[in-house]
Ligand binder design. Sequence first.
Ligand code: ZN
Ligand code: ZN
Length: 192
Amino acid sequence: MNLEQILAISQNLHRHICPRQVLGARMGLLAGELLELTLPREDKRLVVLVETDGCFADGVSAATGCWLGRRTMRLMDYGKVAATFIDTKTQQAIRIAPHINARANAKALQTALNKWQAYLEGYKILPDNDLLTFQAVQLNFSLEQLLSHAGARVTCEQCCEEILNQREVIQNGKIYCQSCVANSYWTGNKPV
Ligand SMILES: [Zn+2]
Ligand SMILES: [Zn+2]
């Protein structure tokens, strides 16, 4: 798929087109080249950790075929337009972020346009080197554990809700969900 085809998919999902979707799409395309993987993936070989949600993530998904719903995309919510692409077969991981001068470079290319338009159109045509930076990285956690495996399913002994993907906590030999014993992100009344 070329950039225009990717952006058509992203725009369709997103109901508008914007510079960050283009950045996400360009990052995905570069990752495919660097990792020598054909994109978009139909399998689960490529996993992407995006460092923010929003428009950018849809561009990444459209380019790579990696989606939250396929469990091939995860959000590491650092509020940054950056992503790490991992080839789960070779364990090679590459983090891609915007070039520090990406905005200025886009503006310089598209002097006749307003800022937003200049970013949108500039990001489409800037060479990779003027738009993005990349680095090989090692993960500080077990990707295998994060991904877990299909079919892992237990029941919490306190709330009786089902827990997938080995996210349970074992205390005194009993199985609990994280909400019941560890770090719940909510408080509320008993369910009716
Ligand atoms: Zn947008
Ligand atoms: Zn529970």
